[in-house]
Design a protein around this ligand. Structure first.
Ligand SMILES: *Cc1c(COP(=O)(O)O)cnc(C)c1O
Length: 363
């Protein structure tokens, strides 16, 4: 679904020079590249602070804690997401409360949030799934009305805009992942928290570094969760290309949508009030198995993100046995994603679309 070697080739010299420079410098953690990356990433997302951490899951964990979520609290989120979203809540000893999704955007349906709020709700955690912004106007209004902070899971949406704002720069905190498959990716794990709050930034600085603000003084029990210099140096090079990468994804997505306009599949739409950065190009098909088999036969990859919604996963199924999320369940049963990485050749896009159109026809 991605071609990391093809992404690497055109920036190889620049990345290798940056990595060699770090290796020769002897400064491997919390050094100059990390500091510079935080400044550059904060400017890109349009926020006061960006804080490097070790992964996207850590970003969520630390951001929720810094936003005030503690043991026994509830966090409203979606069950149609990567497992890391919910692991972060569970690490704290808080409870994920699932609101159903919107059938067109696959993101949390704002009208489903208010009915599940309780006195224990301490955060709302929307996910900008597949690179499409969640409805942040409605979600921010709910947060404001109830005094509940919004923490954005922007792991799949770096560069996606909601109105004039960037995803990850709207709520109390935004959480990013630089896992190698993401739109902005490291050569390993990495993550980032963005915020306009000095208080959240201070707390994250402490939590990510063993609860320490002053060397050998530990105010609280923290974590070891830092973005290392090698990854920061690589990310600085790639951050300069992220707009072009996203535009490449958008171009491929538009092409698929044109070619599949009359096919027997549901294609993704774009928000009128922002843009979609197509971390995934996800369609719905009643004949998913047949379409995926035909693609495999034709030598193309496809994937299911996500086949089992989180309230049905073994680790929490028992607790959520009584919860039904009809839209989440319906979408999970028919969704499939086509390759949309920016290095994908136009001929491949045309070929993949033709296979999908042909195999998706009801028999
Ligand atoms: C990738 C991802 C994460 C977790 O990020 P890691 O860096 O893999 O820990 C969390 N949420 C979503 C929606 C993701 O796609």
């Amino acid at each position: 679904m991605v071609d990391l070697k093809a992404q690497y080739a055109p920036i190889q010299d620049e990345i290798e020079a940056a990595v060699l420079e770090v290796l020769r410098s002897g400064w491997y953690v919390m050094g100059p590249h990390h500091e510079a990356f935080e400044k550059e990433a904060a400017a890109y997302v349009g926020v006061e602070h960006a804080l490097g951490v070790a992964s996207g899951t850590d970003a969520l964990h630390l951001a929720l804690r810094a936003a005030g979520v503690g043991r026994g609290d509830e966090v409203v989120t979606t069950a149609f997401t990567f497992v890391g979203t919910v692991e972060a809540i569970l690490y704290i000893g808080a409870k994920p409360v699932f609101a159903d999704i919107d059938p067109e955007t696959y993101n949390v349906d704002p009208s489903m949030i208010e009915p599940v709020l309780t006195s224990k709700t301490k955060a709302i955690l929307p996910v900008h799934l597949f690179g499409r912004p969640a409805d942040m106007d409605a979600i921010m209004a709910i947060g404001k009305a109830h005094g509940i902070p919004i923490v954005e899971d922007a792991a799949q949406s770096i560069g996606a805009r909601w109105g004039d704002a960037m995803t990850g720069g709207i709520g109390r905190a935004g959480c990013f992942s630089f896992y190698p498959t993401k739109n902005l990716n490291a050569a390993g794990d990495g993550g980032m928290i963005t915020t306009n709050s000095d208080e959240v930034a201070e707390r994250v600085r402490s939590l990510r570094n063993h609860g320490s603000r002053r060397r050998y003084h530990h105010d609280e029990v923290g974590y070891n969760s830092r973005l290392d210099e090698v990854q920061a140096a690589i990310l600085r090079v790639k951050l300069k290309h992220v707009e072009a990468y996203n535009e490449g994804r958008r171009r491929i997505a538009r092409r698929y949508s044109e070619l599949l306009a009359d096919a027997d599949v549901v294609t993704p739409t774009e928000p009128g009030h922002g843009n979609h950065v197509f971390h995934q190009y996800t369609i719905l098909s009643e004949r998913r198995d047949a379409v995926m088999a035909a693609l495999k036969e034709a030598g193309s990859s496809s994937g299911i993100y996500y086949p089992i919604p989180l309230h049905r996963q073994a680790f929490c199924a028992e607790e959520y046995a009584d919860v039904t999320l009809p839209v989440t369940e319906r979408v999970a049963a028919s969704c499939m994603s086509l390759p949309v990485h920016p290095e994908l050749a136009a001929e491949d896009v045309d070929r993949i679309a033709a296979v999908v159109a042909e195999s998706a026809v009801a028999v």
